[in-house]
Design a protein around this ligand. Structure first.
Ligand SMILES: O=C(O)/C=C/C(=O)CC(=O)CC(=O)O
Ligand SMILES: [Ca+2]
Ligand SMILES: [Mg+2]
Length: 438
């Protein structure tokens, strides 16, 4: 195992040892930041406890010797992670290892060298975080068989799971222009809707605004047009993961989606979390690959490999929290409405990437491949309101006596993710927030 993952590692940054932190020294996710309210150039940083390590400042201080002369040094000054992503996994792995050495207790600077530490650390509370990447293309998959079955039951009761599902990783091309950073308010979209008994559609604000809990994979090294990735090489093209909320207008979706799939029902906003947790940091949290139920077909040969199976699934716990305007007024905390594990997904990230390039379609650094709604087998692990409330028929009860079938204006959706495993230090993905406004 890579020494950056050693559970015994300690950092001179004290908050990295707070039991509640998502960013111990074993995590070290990358993001783009600047001091809030400043006119500084946005640049690359790494989260550590409640601080951000400024990689440009580290280079200026003569730290990170291993990367000082290399292309990763230039990548640190960029206003997005795309340059770093484009260099491929080995460069990002080396940079993360260098960062780990800078932050280790007993390394340089030590906690006694406060002046130097203050030059290279920015408190997260004083920072503005940006979109981590300039996303050229955004693809959204449908990789949870539980989500696909639940949603299919509501949209197509006669045939919930279409016959292609177990053969083809289903996806649609999303809209990159409306990807927004966590904290950006989400305006309730207008759209065409038509209820079954309506004679004609009408146009107006959606009445069925929903969230979707997803994990997003950022592409690192790109592929060229015509290049088909072998499944065993697919993970080496993944840089890391963030939380993704694929906001959805269900009434618009059900009217527009046939035959070409979702369009305006999902293109009005997609929120992503600021920190990109590398696949290196997720390594201790693999568990046995999802077992296809007996009787399901084996995927076609290009989509299956013993290596992918042996690497296993990423056991990331994902949660949805909700806070309403009334709850906030009453001083009530957000409440958790669902939780599930990414390890319950039917298709692996390597299968999604392999499928995406199987026709020769090129992937570019910073492209975002979202998993699709993460739902598990339990009712408590349904990753959107459409499923949780059976399309509004069974509203959720919230603290303070409110109920929700779909989202109201003033509701705030907070996605969270974390990993725990025996013998490993707990790490988190941070938060992905969005407040619905009318
Ligand atoms: O038509 C359907 O079955 C539903 C499609 C979606 O909601 C698409 C989607 O965003 C997939 C997902 O998040 O899993
Ligand atoms: Ca989705
Ligand atoms: Mg979207």
């Amino acid at each position: 195992m890579n020494d950056t993952l050693d559970p015994k590692l300690r950092s001179w940054v004290e908050s990295a040892h707070d039991p509640a932190t998502e960013f111990p020294i074993q995590n070290l996710p990358f993001g783009v930041f600047r001091r809030a309210g400043s006119d500084e150039a946005p640049r690359v940083g790494v989260a550590i406890g409640d601080q951000i390590l400024d990689l440009c400042a580290c280079l200026a201080e003569g730290l990170l010797e291993d990367v000082r002369e290399g292309p990763a040094a230039i990548a640190c000054a960029a206003p997005s992670l795309n340059v770093l992503m484009s260099l491929g996994r080995a460069h990002a792995t080396a940079l993360r290892a260098g960062v780990s050495r800078v932050l280790r207790a007993g390394g340089a600077p030590t906690r006694y060298d406060r002046e130097r530490a203050e030059r290279i650390l920015v408190p997260m509370a004083d920072a503005e975080l940006f979109l981590p990447a300039d996303v050229g293309d955004y693809t959204d998959f449908y990789a949870s068989v539980f989500h696909a079955t639940n949603v299919g039951r509501l949209f197509r009761p006669d045939q919930p799971l279409l016959p292609n599902y177990k053969w083809v990783p289903i996806g649609y091309h999303g809209r990159a222009s409306s990807i927004v950073r966590s904290g950006t308010p989400v305006r309730r979209p207008h759209g065409q809707t038509k209820r079954p008994d309506d004679e004609r559609p009408t146009f107006g604000p959606t009445r069925q605004l929903d969230y979707e809990l997803e994990l997003g994979f950022y592409i690192g090294a790109g592929t060229s047009l015509g290049q088909r990735l072998a499944i065993d090489d697919a993970e080496s093209h993944l840089f890391g993961v963030s939380l993704v909320n694929d906001w959805s207008a269900r009434d618009v979706q059900s009217w527009e989606y046939q035959p070409l799939g979702p369009f305006l029902a999902k293109s009005f906003a997609t929120t992503v979390s600021p920190w990109v947790v590398t696949l290196d940091a997720l390594e201790p949290f693999r568990r046995a690959a999802f077992a296809r139920p007996e009787g399901d077909p084996a995927p076609l040969p290009h989509l299956v490999s013993v290596v992918d199976q042996a690497r296993g699934a990423f056991d990331v716990t994902l949660e949805v929290w909700l806070s309403t305007a009334r709850m906030r007024d009453a001083g009530l905390d957000p409440c958790r409405v669902s939780h599930g594990s990414f390890a319950d997904m039917y298709w692996t990230p390597a299968q999604l990437v392999t499928h995406h390039t199987s026709n020769g379609c090129n992937l570019r650094p910073g492209d975002l491949l979202a998993s699709g709604t993460v739902s598990g087998p339990e009712p408590s692990s349904r990753g959107c309101l459409l499923e949780l409330t059976t399309r509004g028929a069974e509203p959720l009860s919230l603290p303070g006596g409110e109920t929700r079938a779909f989202l109201d204006d003033g509701d705030e959706v907070i996605l969270r993710g974390y990993c725990e495993a025996e013998g490993a230090v707990r790490i988190g993905l941070g938060e992905c927030r969005g407040l619905v406004v009318g």
